[in-house]
Structure formats: C-alpha cells, structure tokens
Ligand binder design. Sequence first.
Ligand code: GLC
Length: 749
Amino acid sequence: MSAQYIYQDAKQPVEKRVEDLLGRMSLEEKVAQMNQYVGLEHMKKAAFEISPEEMKKSHAMGFYADYPPAKIEEMTKQGMVGSFLHVVSAEEANYLQSLALQSRLKIPLIMGIDAVHGNGMVRGTTIYPTCIGQAASFNPALVEKMSHETALEMRATGTHWTFTPNVEVARDARWGRVGETFGEDPFLVSKMGVATIKGFQNESNAGADFVLACAKHLIGGSQPLNGVNGAPFDVSERTMREVFLPPFQACVDAGAATVMTAHNELNGIPCHGNKYLMDDILRKELGFKGFIVSDWMDIERMQDYHKVSETLKDAFFLSVDAGMDLHMHGPDFYFDVIKLVQEGKLTEARINESVRKILESKFRLGLFENPYVNVANVNKILYNKNHQQTALDLARQSIVLLKNENNLLPLDSKKYKKVLVTGPNANNQSILGDWALEQPEANVVTIYQGLKQVRPDVKFNLCEFGWNLRTMKQEQVDKAIGMAKDNDLVIVVVGENSMRYQWKDKTCGENSDRYDINLVGLQQELVEGLYNMGVPVVVVLVNGRPLSTEWIANNVPALLEAWEPGSLGGQATAEILFGDVNPSAKLPITIPRHSGQIQTYYNYKFTSKWFKYATGNSTPLFDFGYGLSYTSFKYGEMKLSAKEIAKDGSVVASIDITNIGKKQGDEVVQLYITDNYSSATRPVKELKDFARISLNPGETKTVEFNITPDKLSYYDAKMNYGVEAGAFTVHIGSSSRTADLKKEEFIVR
Ligand code: GLC
C-alpha cells in the first residue's frame, strides 16, 4: 500500500497509525470494525443444513436469513465489516480481503477461528491431542511448540486470531467441553494457557507466525449448573478468585491479545453484559489491555435466553456499555449500535475505545502491509513433517497408563501373535476430538492402523462398529465377542465421540453434556462380553470428558486413557501398548467412579470428605496427577532449605528421584502445598509446581522447587490476599494421592 496517509506508513509507530486512521473514520466505519460475520462458505453450508430456528440455538453453524452471501460481500466492499470467523480456505480469506480493500479506507479484515489443538477446522491440517491430553503431558514447552506450529498453519491459510486457550477450570465431567480444557487445577491450567499464548503470539516474526490468542471463557462456563453448557455459574467471590480467575490473570500477564466472555451468567448477571467482570475485574484489576470478543450470538442471547434485555438493541447497549469490543456475529449489532450512538445512549468516545484496540491488533498483525496469503504455500506448511513429529511427540506424552496388572503391558509380540482389535473408536477419526473437521484419511493414523504399522508381524483382526456409539448393534457385539476365542488377546477401544461434523449423534464436545459419564450404547456390554471369554483384554479409552469406568478398572488387567490423541494418535497408542514408548502422562483431572460423585476434585476442602457415603466408594476412580510407567521411580527424602521463614521469604524443597527400573522413562514430579491452619478454609492440598524429568535406568536427578510467597498466598477471612503466618506442609511425589507423596513442614513467622 503506498503511504498516502500516516496510517498507511509501516514505518510509523502503531499508536500514531491508529490515531491517524481513527481520525479519518466515520461512525459507521468505526462500528463496522466491531462486527464479525461467519465466512461465506460457512453461511452457505449452514443455510443448506439447518433451519433459522435451529440456527438460533446453534453454537456452531450460522447464516443470516435477510443477508445472503452476496449482500455480505457488498457490505464488506462498503467497509461495513471488520472481521470474519470460520473462513476455512486461503482462497476465501484472500477473496474477502480483496473486497475489504475496495472500501474507502482499505482497512483489512481480521479472521478468527477455533484452532484449539491444531487448525482443525481446516482440512489437511495437523491435529494435535485435545487440550485435556495436552495437559496430561505436563509439558508446557511442547504445548508452546504445538501452538507455534498451529500459528504457522493458520497464517498460511489466511487466519490471524485463534479462539484459544480455553482456560476454564473443569470440575464437572458431565459438561461436554472438558476435553477442550486443561483440567481441574488452576496452576496447571494457567501454565498450559500461558504456553499456548506464548506459542501463538510471536510478534517478532513479520506476521508469518503471529496469531492473536484468546483467553476464554470469562468466566465459569466449566462449572455450569448440572453440567449443562451455558447454564448459570453461581459461585462465591472467594471461589471465583481462588479457582477460576487465576488462569485469566496468568493469561493477561502473558499478554493475551483478546478475551472471550462466557455464555453463562455470573451470579445473576450475564457475562456478556457484566461490567463488574469486564471492566472492574478484567481491565482494571487484572490489567487487560486487549479487546473482548463476544461468544457466538451471546449478546443476542441476553434477550432470548437470559431475558435481561427486552430488545436486541437493549442487549447491544448493555454489552457495549459493559465493555464489549467485538461482536460475534451478524448484521444486527452494526445497525443498532450506530443508532445507539446517534441517540446519545452510547458515546462515540466509547466506540473509539473498542476500535482503537481492534485497529492496533490489525497493525500489529501486519495486515495493512500483507492482507493476502500465498495460496501456493499452503500445502508446504500444513501437516508438514515437523508438525507431524510434534503431534506424535505430544500424543506419546499425553496418553495415561492407568492400570497394568501383572505387567501385561508392554505386549510381547512373540506371545500375542493374533490380536482382536474392536470397539467403536478402534478405526476412525474419533481420536481427533472436538474442533476438528473430518481430515483426509492419509493424514490420520487410527489405532488399528497404528497397531499394524508398529507391529507388522502381529496379525490384528479387526471387528468394527462404525463411529456412532448410539447405533451399535447387538449382533456386532456378539460377533466381536465370538471372535475373541480365536485370538491371543483383545484390544478394545471405547469411549466417547466428539466429531463436530456429526453434531446430532456425537456424545461429547460442545453442547454434548450428559447426566451420567458411563459408556454410551453397548460399549460396556462389549467390554464385559470380551472379558468373559477368558482372553486377556486391554481397554483403550478415547474420550474428551472423564468416564466412570469403574467395572473396567476393577476387572480388566490393562487400561490406557488416550484422551483424543490427534492425527498420529493411533501410532502413539500402539507404540505405548508394545513398549516402544514408555508412558509418562499424568491425569490433569480426577476420574469419578460415578457421576453421583460430581463434583469430585483433588483440591477439595477438608470438610468435603468429613463422612463417607453410606453406599458406594467415596474415593475417586483415579486421582489427579496419577499415571503409571513401565519403569519405577524412587523418591528420596525431601530436604527444605529452611524450617522457618518470614512472610516474604522463600524456601527451597529438594528431592532425589532415581529410576530403579530397567527402562528409560519420564516422571512428572509434583509439588503440592497445604496451609495447615488458616483464617479461611483451604483445600487439603494444591498443586504449586511440577517438573517433567527424564531418567535412564539407575540414573538419579535432584529436583528443586522454590516455594515463593505467591505459592503460599490466598484470600484470608477478610478477603485480603497474602501469606498468613503458620505451618505449611510441602508434599512432593508422583501424584496427588497421599500414598505417593513425601512431606515436610515449615513455619511462616
Ligand atoms: C462457540 C464456543 C466458543 C467458540 C465460538 C466460535 O459458541 O462457545 O468457544 O470460540 O463459538 O466458534
């Protein structure tokens, strides 16, 4: 672009360019920057597939009955659109930019998409393990690397803004989106959220890998009433600040460019119209400097769902006045907000605040200089060998070994020459999880394919069920069970289905909440039937939410929690089953025995377990931080650098860990802290640090944790944040289970 004006001169500072451009914009051009539409191909497909009524309830498909694609194209040319989402090809992205650059001021578009674990909404991309599996790796560096690679695959296809990380703290497995979170612990969620942001927001490079991240959803969508997405979030100020807010603070401190508000209300006030939340807390208290985007039609839903606004116009006023900067999605917002300013209900100064942030982002992204992408580059960058390797590495580190009776695993291929592979998740793309379109078959290694690839000398006999858990046929179950006796061992792959493109039949993922967390369909009958044939059975779970597989855990000799391990997940699963890879992942979330135990998380208050249930077991099925290895690690005695410190002091806890087994292995060493007595009640323990270490057989490493005041601080009885004097217990070990922890105490004077 030739620099006729200051805003067109890339040598000028961004602030100057913003002010120069803002000064040239009409009110209409300003409000346009605050508005977003779904992509043209998206709206055509949606209009074909769903009715306007279904669209009103949808969170995933959108179109505009009175604004067909041609009209949106014309509006884009007129400078009436600022952003699109779900544009899934470089060609369409370039076309839309070409329209925007015909407008008077030639302001480029910002394109957003849910690139949650790879740029999965685009075909042909690298799909990494879903977030719950990423968290299970306890490897923030690898998550950062994944995010950087995803940024490259996004910019290559013309998108600049990802609606991730989801840094909600998941405490209810009935909620469909647990797989999209980093689990139940605020510290781990914060670490993974920050790693994601750092991976995406590479501002140093000239835009090739700089993508805006989006910390979401503010706040509490992960603890909706009864686990139903969008249901009310009713929480004390204390719990909100101690559990749900810290990941957002961490993301703001890491420079999160955007934040997305949550569908739900916070204590009676919808998040999308909540000035206390968006302004007092997010901007003033946490220091957020970026822009806030609404979630899908959630401003509108303050009228038809929350019923706090009688008209759409009232809803738009409530949201913008509360601090909303950019509307996802559709035309009503544009026209009504212009009217609200013309009527004096909103000031142009308020509009300028939002537009400044949006324009600043577009300048930072380099969009004024490079609005287009080179379509010829797409296939060089998407699903390239380096990205495949990262996806494989992350899958290998995300799969949790939960049970291995009599060391059945790793499997000996000389002993198990004929293996039945069955179950509805054995040979399809359920391993890609939510936020992924169906990918080219050549880009996905299913578990069955991975087994054949990793052990070509073993005869794997497949008995398939198709992906739909709801329509499993008894005769197919009977057939699989009948095949067991002709094999040396059975590998049965069960779990959930989060396929977004099978919206009506999936059982997990967005808006697929459940009132129990058992295996859907005939899966349990299948596993029990196979087990009763007397042939060794290995169960592999492929799922986003935790599943209450108590019978399986009590009976089946080997159990692997693979989560949704992504494009190369089948290979990684097979490598672990046959011992080419030593499993090292740990649970980022507690696995309940039964949905009746929900909420059950490791960092419970002392009185949560005052009494045991009269029936049923009160302990979880598997604990936060738990995961087995094919080797064993011995923890030495913990040493503390001091037994007494001042309130602003620190203490170093150190411990030796030795690999006393015969295989190389990684161990995730975990540090928990208990505040023994406090003026307000505290959790029995809280994760405050972790370290993933690699040890060869016989090798010993010393791990040190620096316990600083931030790891001891909390909101006291008067809601003052800080360190209270008293005794603290330090726990270090291989899981949150008391039996797996060494402990020492120190005093704060
Ligand atoms: C959905 C989700 C949100 C996502 C947005 C755009 O409603 O709640 O997480 O980023 O729509 O796809």
